[in-house]
Structure formats: C-alpha cells, structure tokens
Design a protein around this ligand. Structure first.
Ligand code: ZN
Length: 222
C-alpha cells in the first residue's frame, strides 16, 4: 500500500528516458518477476558490490577516499548500498515500462536488462489499461479502506496479454483473464520461483498499473 500511495501512482523517470516510445506506450512491456530463477543473481550481486556500494565517513558522510574531516578510518565508517540504482532494480520498479532492451550504464559498460537473463524466464506480456479501467482501479485505491489486493487483481486480469514459459491453462474471456487462469496463476508458485499466491498477482498487477500511468513529459519528447 505505501508503495502505491508514496509514489503518487506515477513513474519516476529521469530525462531523457533510455527506452523507446513504443516501450512508453506499453507495446514492448514484458514483466519478469523479481524471484524468477532466470535472473543472473551472481552478476547482479557482484555489480551492486562493485558499482552501487560505497563506504562513507560516519562523521562528514563523504566517500572515505574524499573525506577531509580528519575522522579516523575504520569503526565510524558506514557502508551505503544504492542497490535500487542497479539496472535490474530500475527495470523491476517500472522505470522503463518493462522494456527489456532499454539501455543502462554500469561503470563504463552499456547493458540491457535482457543481458541479465540466463535461462528461460517466465515472461508476462503486458498492455496498458484503458482509461475506464484506470478509473475503476483509481476508485478502488482511493477508498477509505483501500483494497490494494483487489485493485491489483483487476489490474492483472485486465493487463496481462500473454505469458511465455509458464505451463498453465490460458483462457481469456471478454478481454480479461478467466477465473480459471487467475487460479492457475495463484497456484503456480514453486520452491524455485517463490511465486504464486496473492502477492504474485499483486506484483504483476502493479506492473500493469505502472505502465498504465500517463506518459511523462520526457517520454513524449523522446
Ligand atoms: Zn569525514
């Protein structure tokens, strides 16, 4: 819930976006769950340590190699992790509207999020919701007793266009996933993917919700 409210429902984008206008329009949105075993976790962990972790002086908060306050090195120093700035974290946060081919820079290298996939990921192909659907979900989220799970169940039903590499019955009725398919999603968790249950449906629904937010100024200029 704080996830939805705190972010004002809007994408936080740094201009200029590195994803295409097709991605902004949700035409290339492919969501992969954070727990999918296809993510190269070793590489992600290594890069976070190498590029997104910094030791700072506990006194002046400057990086230890730039600290000039005279504090003694060692015990007072603090380790700061900026793991949320790693490309995969930014992808999972919806910054590129789930464009696997958006480019990021890590150190001196240009990378795509797709390059962090080793093996076959379960790919949820998303579509943006119509404005009337957005209005319905906005209504649910703004009620005094906000029902995030219910709102995200709708978002998942309405916004998942297809799935790849997940062996469940796939039935669409009147443009939305059937109860049968939703139940199969609910039950699809394994010890490997850690998925399944309402939390997974919320995860996917949230991805749909994020790509359904209005285009940002930066995206329209891209
Ligand atoms: Zn210092």
């Amino acid at each position: 819930m704080p996830l939805l409210r705190g972010r004002d429902g809007r994408l936080m984008l740094h201009a200029p976006p590195q994803h295409s206008i097709e991605a902004a329009a949700g035409l290339t949105s492919v969501y992969i769950l954070p727990g999918d075993p296809a993510w190269d976790q070793d590489r992600i962990t290594r890069e976070i340590e190498e590029h997104y972790t910094e030791k700072v002086c506990g006194e002046c908060k400057a990086a230890v190699d730039r600290c000039a306050c005279g504090a003694e090195r060692g015990q007072g120093d603090k380790t700061i992790s900026r793991h949320e700035q790693h490309p995969v974290a930014r992808y999972l946060n919806g910054e590129t509207r789930y464009d696997l081919d958006a480019e990021f820079r890590v150190g001196n290298e240009r990378v795509t999020v797709r390059s962090y996939l080793v093996g076959k990921a379960t790919e949820f192909r998303l579509r943006r919701l119509s404005t009337i659907r957005v209005a319905e979900i906005t209504g649910l989220l703004s009620q005094s007793r906000t029902n995030t799970e219910l709102a995200m169940d709708y978002a998942c039903r309405w916004g998942v266009a297809a799935v790849e590499n997940l062996d469940i019955p796939w039935k669409v009725r009147n443009g939305e996933l059937s109860d049968e398919t939703m139940s199969a999603l609910y039950d699809c968790g394994t010890s490997e993917n850690g998925g399944g249950g309402i939390s997974m449906i919320v995860d996917i629904g949230l991805a749909v919700w994020r790509i359904s937010q209005p285009l940002t100024y930066a995206e329209k200029k891209a």
